[in-house]
Design a protein around this ligand. Structure first.
Ligand SMILES: [Zn+2]
Length: 445
């Protein structure tokens, strides 16, 4: 199957340039050629006229919790720990693989429709998530969320579950899905437990994703409990000897930035979640100056409240500009790099995705420019980051397979997925109320 996409503004992310009259030639899963001008004459099975749309690598969301879309709007305007402990954790206790599958389908539908072709998720019930990923056609890294609280027996079971998931799903569909480990954060992971996570990463030769220094209270708690700030605390476990994506990294001092650099820990910057939860502003400028790799993430859709990487790019730049009182603090080009090629780097997938070049996977998107908010088109990258809307994403391709064409989903049934997600939340909420009623009755006795 040979496909030609032509007549677009091509951004390959190989270098800082936009090619007018750009084209991409795809054979099966991979990119055969890119260029500008008249495409080579050949027999193509499919020709897509981009009609001056921007052609670029699909967005890579480097931090989310796939399935949390079920809890969108359920509890807002609360501090992080109160939000987790009083609202989110009790609802999560009702989750199972089937519910998670429906939540993941809702999130994946939203991601595809807003141009994301790959994501890194940290969450539970990964059998449900893996099923949704493999059915939908999107690419992903699933970091099984874990916590070191509770009995050793429970941890052994979770580790066995990760081994089993890894054995069955790592590299599935010709390397469209990878399995990592996702210890939640230092406040639920004692030192011995983190060492066991590092040993499991060693055993499976896989990566780890973890929240680090999201809030000031996380840093205070780590200092109080272990006498160390979160980053040096986690460094001791040996986790950073393995590919690691650290989400947030808001509260970082110079010594900690040097640790990120030393181990080449990738950072997932989540500006909208950090703003919504009042967590703070990550020192992204310093990180980039030091050569630390930074990707972009939305976080879960109950702390954002969407999975829209175009909106996230705009927020990423604006937040840095206002926090540093400097309009040059983060440029449109640097943000676009975070959302594509740098995202691929921190997932250790930079040899196959994040750029459009021969031999790479055909994970790409088309974003229309023939609409008032995208014209005039003096600077394509500037308009893409500062003016585009998620609904401007017209066509999405992963591994050469078209998942959405001219805003029509090719495989997923949008209305069914939305209805099923709503049914699922209602069912979970009912179960939660029943279990709380039982607890109240116990107290009365
Ligand atoms: Zn998170």
């Amino acid at each position: 199957m040979k496909t030609l996409i032509k007549n677009g503004y091509l951004i390959t992310m190989e270098e800082e340039s936009v090619q007018k009259d750009g084209y991409v030639i795809i054979e099966d899963e991979t990119i055969l050629a890119t260029g500008s001008g008249v495409p080579p004459a050949d027999e193509y099975d499919k020709v897509i006229d981009a009609d001056e749309a921007i052609i670029l690598p699909g967005f890579i969301n480097t931090h989310t919790h796939v399935g949390m879309g079920l809890f969108r709007g359920y509890a807002d305007d609360l501090p992080l720990m109160e939000w987790l402990e009083t609202k989110i954790f009790p609802m999560e206790d009702q989750l199972n693989d089937e519910y998670l599958y429906h939540g993941a389908m809702l999130d994946i539908l939203e991601m595809i429709q807003s141009g994301t072709t790959c994501f890194l998720s940290m969450y539970m019930f990964n059998n449900g998530a893996a099923k949704a990923i493999l059915e939908s056609g999107i690419r992903a890294v699933l970091g099984r969320g874990t916590s070191g609280i509770g009995p050793d027996e429970k941890h052994r079971q979770v580790f066995d579950e990760i081994r089993d998931l890894y054995r069955r799903c790592h590299g599935a569909d010709n390397d469209r899905l990878r399995i990592w480990i996702g210890p939640h954060a230092c406040y639920v992971c004692p030192p011995d437990y983190l060492k066991k996570v590092a040993a499991l990463a060693e055993e499976l030769h896989t990566g780890v994703t973890i929240h680090i220094a999201e809030t000031q209270s996380e840093v205070d708690g780590c200092l109080k409990n272990y006498g160390l700030r979160p980053l040096p605390y986690i460094e001791q476990s040996g986790i950073f000897d393995h590919p690691t994506v650290a989400a947030h990294c808001v509260w970082m001092n110079e010594e900690e930035l040097a640790i990120l650099k030393k181990y080449q820990v990738g950072v997932a910057y989540n500006p909208e979640s950090n703003m919504k939860l009042g967590s703070g502003v990550a020192p992204i400028g310093k990180m980039l100056q030091m050569g630390i790799h930074v990707g972009l993430g939305t976080d879960g859709s109950s702390s954002n409240n969407d999975l829209n990487m175009i909106g996230e790019m705009r927020s990423a730049a604006f937040l840095q500009k206002v926090a540093n009182l400097d309009p040059l603090a983060l440029s449109a080009w640097d943000v676009l790099r975070m959302a594509t090629v740098e995202g691929a780097k921190i997932l250790h997938w930079e040899d196959a995705i994040g750029q459009l070049k021969p031999g790479y996977q055909a994970d790409l998107i088309l974003i229309r420019t023939k609409c008032p908010h995208m014209r005039p088109l003096h600077d394509v990258v500037s308009n893409l980051v500062y003016s585009a809307d998620k609904s401007d994403v017209e066509t999405v391709m992963v591994k050469g397979r078209i998942l959405m064409e001219n805003r029509r989903m090719t495989g997923l049934h949008e209305t069914e997925i939305i209805a099923q997600a709503e049914r699922t939340f209602r069912e979970m909420y009912k179960k939660l109320q029943q279990s709380q009623k039982k607890e109240d009755e116990k107290v009365d006795i």
